[in-house]
Design a binder for this molecule. Structure first.
Ligand SMILES: NC(=O)c1ccc[n+]([C@@H]2O[C@H](COP(=O)([O-])OP(=O)(O)OC[C@H]3O[C@@H](n4cnc5c(N)ncnc54)[C@H](O)[C@@H]3O)[C@@H](O)[C@H]2O)c1
Length: 272
């Protein structure tokens, strides 16, 4: 289903770790739609090597960058523009990591050094990417930046832990920077709030398998897949959505507006 929606556009895609990553699917779809882009991930993620396969498949190159390092981001953005031959039209921020989740710390007893890392990697990095791009005047007018988020920013999902705080901050940065970048350069910034999805980051959440089944039954259309999320990202990078900015866009099969479903109610019926 390729329609050349991104023909002539240049991008930077953060966060493809392996073929389950949402960013991986976005890169595949962006390639199908005619975009040229650079792939990037934290230097530590390079060791796994899978991203090089994606680069080969999509005719792109990989430039390592820790998204919390402004120095790395400056280098990445400059090299991306040099390689792609001009300013950037779209950026995908598909980055999330919580040491508290990894170390199974309870939300009420988190380690605050880890907490700062969670916020810096998962949310502050978006501010750093946008601020660096703006200072370098690296984005074309009507450029589009999308970051991936989760509904735990609005509602409590206990096992999502401090990632919920990070996602709230990510969505706030989206609104605030979206305002300033919109006025200055007509660049748009949005978050897509995705259904739970089986990926490396997703599976780090406690009780994830049970939760994904619950979410499936609570969504009139069922959980949205990573490929469907990629499709939505492509539409947000395209010129068909030029006046959408500063939004948190739910891509969740209807979960966010559902109080309860018949399927879930029936699980609580009496035995007789
Ligand atoms: N999987 C889900 O259920 C789900 C649901 C909603 C939103 N999301 C969000 O989607 C995004 C992508 O996650 P995913 O599910 O594809 O998992 P993933 O593990 O494949 O992707 C997370 C990426 O973040 C990268 N990363 C971590 N620290 C980094 C750093 N310092 N600099 C640069 N990159 C760094 C990792 O290397 C990895 O590629 C995340 O923001 C996640 O919170 C995921």
């Amino acid at each position: 289903m390729a329609n050349n929606l991104l023909k002539g556009k240049r991008g930077i895609i953060f966060g493809a770790l392996n073929d389950m990553s949402i960013a991986w699917k976005v890169a595949e779809r962006a390639h199908e739609e005619g975009a040229e882009f650079v792939l990037t991930n934290a230097p530590i993620a390079m060791r796994m090597g899978a991203i090089n396969d994606l680069a080969e498949k999509t005719g792109s190159i990989v430039i390592p960058a820790d998204a919390t390092s402004v120095e790395d981001l400056e280098k990445l953005i400059q090299e991306a523009m040099d390689h792609l031959g001009g300013k950037i039209d779209f950026i995908l921020h598909s980055i999330g990591m919580s040491p508290n989740v990894r170390k199974k710390k309870h939300y009420t007893d988190i380690n605050y050094n880890y907490y700062n890392q969670t916020l810096d990697v998962s949310a502050g990095s978006l501010h750093k990417i946008l601020a660096t791009a703006q200072k370098m005047d690296a984005l074309n007018e009507w450029g589009s930046v999308v970051a991936l988020t989760y509904i735990a920013a609005q509602r409590i999902f206990p096992d999502y832990n401090d990632m919920a705080d990070a996602k709230s901050l990510l969505e706030s940065i989206t609104r605030s920077f979206g305002y300033h970048y919109g006025i200055k350069k007509k660049v748009r910034v949005n978050t897509i709030s995705q259904s739970p999805t089986v990926t490396t980051a997703g599976q780090g959440i406690k009780g994830f398998d049970e939760f994904i089944n619950f979410s499936e039954q609570m969504s009139p259309l069922g959980n949205a897949s990573a490929v469907a999320c990629a499709d939505y990202c492509i539409s947000m990078f395209s010129d068909l959505t030029r006046y959408v900015t500063m939004q948190n866009l739910f891509h969740d099969g209807g979960f966010s507006n559902t109080g309860v479903t018949q399927q879930v109610i029936e699980r609580f019926g009496s035995e007789d």
